[in-house]
Design a protein around this ligand. Structure first.
Ligand code: ADP
Ligand code: MG
Length: 238
């Protein structure tokens, strides 16, 4: 997988600047969590990295190579949303293979990738089911499987666990972290849940109103918050 760099990235919608001069470097293998109140620009930042939105100014690079000018398909990054983003009319197998079939990968290679991802996630027995025949946790594993099969440069998670119940959320946090480790992945993970950020992150990026307030390990932010906002945000329960 890859390292990711944002330099002076800003984003305006009409005349409203929702991201302001964002500088962020993510090392290969890092699990970086973006956290901050609703509306602070977390999803927009992910959408700029994935290419679903264009930057207004600034640069985004993967392994030193600029990607801000190219389309989402060529960026080779995988977004993971909430589990309801599965295609409801397709079996699990087809949900997993869809992006590969679009890329015109050979049948043999597709089958191999799908088997490997299903084995890693423990969803082999579910391949012929439809999403509606799965539990919340199973759906979330399929959503992750869809990201893994593409063998992307990095994973971009946008609040993937927010519609799961509390117990399952705790379990899936662990599974996502283990998966990240096992694949040697580079991941950006968005949440508004402080506990999720504290338990999952190598480094946390605290955002407020389109700016980065502080970047640091969970321990650093907890022990040396840069200001009251960070202290309040990391200190208060989810
Ligand atoms: P978060 O994910 O942190 O909750 P978002 O990135 O979704 O925040 O949104 C940041 C701000 O940008 C919000 O004020 C939101 O209303 C605005 N915004 C997001 N997408 C658009 C868009 N396509 N057009 C106009 N405004 C948008
Ligand atoms: Mg969001």
């Amino acid at each position: 997988m890859a390292e990711l760099t944002l330099r002076g990235v800003s984003k305006r919608f009409a005349d409203v600047e929702v991201l302001k001069d964002i500088d962020l470097h993510i090392e290969q293998g890092e699990f970086v969590v973006l956290v901050g109140p609703s509306g602070c620009g977390k999803s927009t930042l992910l959408r700029l990295v994935s290419g679903l939105e264009k930057v207004s100014s600034g640069e985004i690079a993967i392994n030193g190579k600029r990607i801000d000018g190219i389309g989402p398909a060529e960026r080779d990054l995988a977004m993971v949303f909430q589990s309801y983003a599965l295609y409801p009319h397709m079996s699990v197998r087809r949900n997993l293979s869809y992006s590969l079939r679009i890329r015109k990968m050979s049948r043999v290679d597709i089958d191999e990738r799908v088997s490997e991802a299903s084995r890693i996630l423990g969803i082999e027995p579910l391949l012929d089911r439809l999403p509606k025949q799965l539990s919340g946790g199973q759906r979330q594993r399929v959503a992750m499987g869809r990201a893994i099969v593409r063998d992307p440069q990095a994973f971009l998670f946008d609040e993937p666990l927010s519609n799961l119940d509390a117990g399952l959320r705790v379990q899936m946090r662990k599974e996502i972290r283990e998966l990240h480790q096992r694949l040697g992945a580079t991941s950006i993970y968005v949440t508004h849940d402080q506990i999720e950020a504290m338990t999952m992150a190598d480094r946390i990026v605290v955002m407020r109103a389109g700016r980065i307030e502080q970047i640091g390990s969970p321990m650093e932010l907890y022990e040396r918050p840069a200001n009251r906002f960070v202290a309040g945000f990391i200190g208060s329960p989810a």
